[in-house]
Design a protein around this ligand. Structure first.
Ligand SMILES: O=C(O)C1=C[C@@H](OP(=O)(O)O)[C@@H](O)[C@H](O)C1
Ligand SMILES: C=C(OP(=O)(O)O)C(=O)O
Length: 416
């Protein structure tokens, strides 16, 4: 199904719209794996409604009955379950996912697990899911060296299983390290669940130990909040929104969206129930330099937003976007070009967005490439002109109530 989103109608109602964001799928999926590794010692409040989390809940709940586990398009579920089954399954299992998941690399994680004694083989193409995983027999090494520049999810997966291994693990992450806040999130949540570790630079040492009984509460999702920063950035001065459940102290690195959006004239204030955003000034910069190395999921929010505000961007840290839900670089290039904006890589690793010719044309059709963030990142451009978003169900991966929330803010959505 597609949606035509009409220009948002300026409301005369002065009440501040309040949005209940989904909980973080990253935090939820880590806590679910830690809970499974600890035989249910971790009680989790406020698990995410995201499909990625609901899929993991379902698979873990039916672990005893299933032989084949389909994570659909959930990257964290794929990577975390590979490590979990690698050391914890009692029977042979197959782990698979969507066609796209079968093109997202996993060889680095599989090699690391095999080097400590896991028995994992590829069903089809070497280095990619589906995987066949046999019960773990014996730990043959406790040292792992792993590249940090492909996906931090491999490292998070290994960290979570480390305490359960007879010899623990010493993980050396080879720089450069991408998506580092996600590694810190894993360690932070493990620490809250009673795990101790030593860390020097890029080496992390975890001795054998048990997860402790605890109750953890999942914060709202900062990546999901980013679409609201973009909406407020593109609204008239004085427009506000309250995003419930966001906290000033967070494990989520995507909370850097609040600093990035200051460049777009958006202010924020933490209130008792969440975060209040307000458009306070026009955006003054005509060129911004941004590094997405620590926050790759924000790229699809920030680029369309900057384009609409006619701010040029010079960017680094976009490398990992090519192996996510889709090749996000190509997807952004295609869709931004529909607004006469150009995304280029003039020098290896340095990206430029030329927003100077941004032209909103009524009815532009946005392809979403089976990627939730393409739909949500481009939807705020409906503030400039009516646009059509294709395959709207994609948002269910991380933010199932996205369209309903847009409507409650004042957007008009017409089914096509
Ligand atoms: O660990 C996590 O929860 C995530 C890590 C990031 O992936 P990479 O480490 O592959 O960049 C991020 O893009 C993804 O949405 C969630
Ligand atoms: C990249 C993402 O998720 P995953 O890698 O877990 O599929 C995302 O949510 O943007």
């Amino acid at each position: 199904m597609n949606y035509f989103i009409n220009q948002y109608k300026i409301s005369t109602n002065q009440e501040i719209c309040s949005i209940k964001l989904p909980s973080s799928k990253s935090e939820s999926n880590r806590l679910l794996i830690m809970n499974a590794l600890s035989d249910g010692k971790i009680a989790i409040d406020n698990l995410s409604s995201a499909r990625d989390t609901q899929t993991l809940i379902r698979l873990l709940k039916n672990e005893k009955e299933l032989d084949k586990f389909d994570v659909l398009d959930a990257g964290t579920a794929m990577r975390f379950l590979t490590a979990y089954f690698g050391v914890a399954t009692k029977k042979e299992v197959v782990l698979t996912g969507t066609d796209r998941m079968q093109k997202r690399p996993i060889g680095i994680l599989v090699n690391a697990l095999k080097s400590i004694g896991a028995e994992i083989s590829y069903e089809n193409e070497e280095g990619y899911p589906p995987l066949r995983i046999k019960p773990f027999q014996k730990q043959i090494s406790s040292e792992i060296s792993i590249p940090g520049n492909i996906s931090s999810q491999y490292i998070s997966a290994l960290l979570m299983i480390a305490p359960s291994l007879p010899q623990g693990l010493e993980i050396n992450i080879e720089p450069p390290v991408f998506s580092k806040p996600y590694i810190d999130m894993t360690l932070g949540l493990m620490q809250l669940s009673g795990i101790q570790f030593a860390q020097n630079d890029d080496e992390i040492i975890i001795k054998p130990q048990s997860y402790q009984k605890s109750t953890q509460s999942v914060e709202s999702d900062w990546s999901a909040s980013s679409y609201w920063f973009s909406i407020i950035a593109q609204s008239e001065i004085g427009k506000k929104v309250l995003l419930k459940g966001l906290k000033s102290k967070s494990f989520q690195g995507d909370n850097v969206i609040k600093e990035i959006s200051a460049n777009f004239g958006v202010s924020y204030k933490f209130e008792k129930t969440g975060l209040l955003l307000e458009k306070i000034s026009p955006s003054e910069n005509s060129l911004l330099q941004l590094d997405f190395k620590k926050c790759p999921d924000l790229a699809q929010t920030v680029l369309p937003c900057a384009a609409a505000l006619k701010i040029d961007l010079e960017m680094t840290g976009l490398e990992s976007l090519r192996i996510k839900e889709t090749d996000r670089i190509s997807a952004l290039q295609n869709e931004l070009s529909k607004f006469n904006c150009k995304l280029t890589e003039p020098e290896k690793g340095i990206w430029k967005l030329d927003s100077s010719n941004f032209t909103p044309k009524e009815g532009i059709e946005i392809e979403t490439y089976e990627d939730h963030r393409m739909a949500m990142g481009f939807a705020p451009l409906a503030l400039k002109t009516g646009i059509q978003i294709k395959e709207i169900e994609v948002v269910n991966k991380s933010y199932p109530s996205f369209w309903k929330d847009l409507e409650s803010f004042g957007f008009e959505l017409i089914e096509q």
